[in-house]
Design a protein around this ligand. Structure first.
Ligand SMILES: *Cc1c(COP(=O)(O)O)cnc(C)c1O
Length: 372
């Protein structure tokens, strides 16, 4: 069986270094908010090209706390509208509603799966205060266009970079476009910890300072509490794991790109729609970090069965769009035709740093032998 993603193999490849890092933390006697976190924050900020990186407990908290910080800084208030793609993972929406803000779902560009700037413009009202673009599947949203719109309408921009570590347009990386960005280091992400972890990147000193307090009970100084904060810290042990894994991220991204190229060149089946990576002019193959390689088919379920019968494991990201989730009855009556179609047709092929080129060739063959 060709696995969708072999996490065990990925981490086994760095086993000795991970154990060494673990041992260093165990022997240090310091397990929260110490030198490992400071080091990883410095390394990841440098990697993204951002001034600050603030480690938090997970990717959802990175988004929640950034919006919360803007509320504390009086840049947002209850009831403000935040524009977000309708085809995102539910976490992007949860971060908005958790803060008593109103998610305004906007349909994506059907070719890139990312926010369509024209539709964003049309969704802006007198209550709109922020845009939350998601760099879905590893490809940056059309940030030059979205930043233009944000500037024109004085909107904050929070990037959801959970799937896009290292993705870039013209050398400017994910996490360094908006006013702030949330990253997830969930084990299966392109940069994954061995447990939960997340971070925010920003170039804004005041925001960074507020976030450092919010993640730590709202305390900027021991036993002094400026805000009613939360406990959302990135553990020393996970920070140490992430420092090891960050060293290999670019190499692993190159490998993902090789696999993507094999898929794009090799899959020739009219029943399969391949990802279009240059739907918007600034985007090209090299800007994509291929967190997921997502194809579409009108016979998605039959294709998935066929691939399974050929020993190829696939997953669906995601089967139910946020507006149809039980968690959001207020959105259930809404209709987003592009999003609904995408959710019915998408299928994620095996993709990852340990997938061999041979295995990728087998995936191509399995896709090509599907007949509708
Ligand atoms: C994974 C993910 C998140 C949430 O990250 P966690 O670390 O699991 O909380 C948020 N947004 C998107 C788009 C994601 O893929």
């Amino acid at each position: 069986m060709i696995n969708f993603l072999d996490l065990k193999q990925i981490n086994s490849n760095s086993r000795a270094e991970l154990i060494e890092a673990c041992t260093r933390v165990i022997d240090s006697g310091w397990y929260i908010a110490g030198s490992e976190l400071a080091r990883f924050e410095g390394e990841f900020a440098a990697y993204c090209g951002s001034k600050h990186c603030i480690g938090v407990a997970n990717g959802l908290d990175a988004l929640i706390l950034t919006l919360r910080a803007w509320k504390e800084l009086s840049k947002l208030k209850d009831g403000d509208e935040v524009i977000v793609p309708s085809n995102t993972y539910i976490a992007s929406i949860l971060a908005i509603t958790e803060n008593n803000l109103v998610p305004i779902l906007v349909e994506p560009n059907e070719a890139s799966y990312n926010l369509c700037p024209e539709k964003v413009k049309r969704a802006i009202t007198s209550k709109t205060r922020a845009i939350l673009p998601v760099h879905l599947y590893g490809q940056l949203a059309d940030m030059p266009a979205l930043l233009d719109i944000a500037k024109q309408h004085n909107l904050l921009v929070l990037e959801d970079c959970a799937q896009a570590h290292g993705a870039s347009i013209d050398g400017r990386k994910a996490g360094n476009w908006g006013d702030a960005a949330g990253f997830s280091f969930y084990p299966g992400k392109n940069l994954g910890a061995l447990g939960d972890a997340g971070a925010i990147t920003t170039n804004d000193d005041e925001l960074a300072q507020t976030l450092r307090a919010l993640r730590n009970y709202g305390s900027h100084e021991k036993y002094k509490n400026l805000y009613q904060g939360v406990n959302s810290r990135l553990d020393e042990i996970q920070a140490a794991m992430l420092s090891v894994k960050l060293k290999y991220l670019d190499e692993q991204t190159s490998h993902r790109r090789r696999i993507a190229e094999l898929y794009i060149k090799g899959i020739k089946n009219p029943a399969v729609i391949l990802p279009l990576v240059s739907a918007d002019s600034p985007l090209s193959l090299t800007t994509h970090v291929w967190h997921l390689f997502v194809i579409r088919s009108e016979q998605r379920d039959a294709l998935q069965q066929h691939l399974l019968s050929k020993g190829v494991q696939t997953l669906i990201h995601y089967p139910i769009p946020p507006h149809q989730q039980q968690a959001y009855p207020q959105l259930n009556a809404m209709h987003f035709p592009i999003t609904e179609k995408i959710h019915q047709e998408v299928l994620s092929l095996p993709m990852g740093p340990t997938l061999t080129l041979d295995e990728a060739a087998q995936v191509v063959e399995a896709c090509n032998s599907f007949s509708s």
